[in-house]
Ligand binder design. Structure first.
Ligand SMILES: [Cu+2]
Length: 93
């Protein structure tokens, strides 16, 4: 599946993504914050996936990864803002 995600304080958009187990995901991350914004730099980090991408304000990065097939939610978060609520997950039906 291909997906574009906005990355901006204090949330990812979309936050919760329904997916198929074992799917390959091509994810385009768009940091829409500007330098003058509060907390403009973010990461997309998933410990389960072993992925951590830094996104400076105004930048876009595309990553590809494969979701696990065990059906457990795949959580992701922003390192500086995860505890403030900037986090989300892929989930499976
Ligand atoms: Cu952040």
């Amino acid at each position: 599946m291909k997906l574009t995600m906005k990355v901006e304080f204090p949330q990812f958009n979309p936050t919760f993504i329904k997916a198929n187990r074992g799917a390959t995901v091509t994810l385009t991350l768009v940091n829409t914050n500007k330098v003058a914004d509060f907390q403009p730099n973010h990461t997309f980090t998933s410990d389960i996936l072993g992925v951590s991408v830094e996104l400076q304000q105004g930048t876009t990065k595309t990553i590809t990864f494969t979701l696990p097939s065990d059906g457990a939610p795949v959580r992701f978060y922003c390192i500086p803002h995860g505890r403030a609520g900037q986090q989300g997950a892929f989930y499976f039906s």
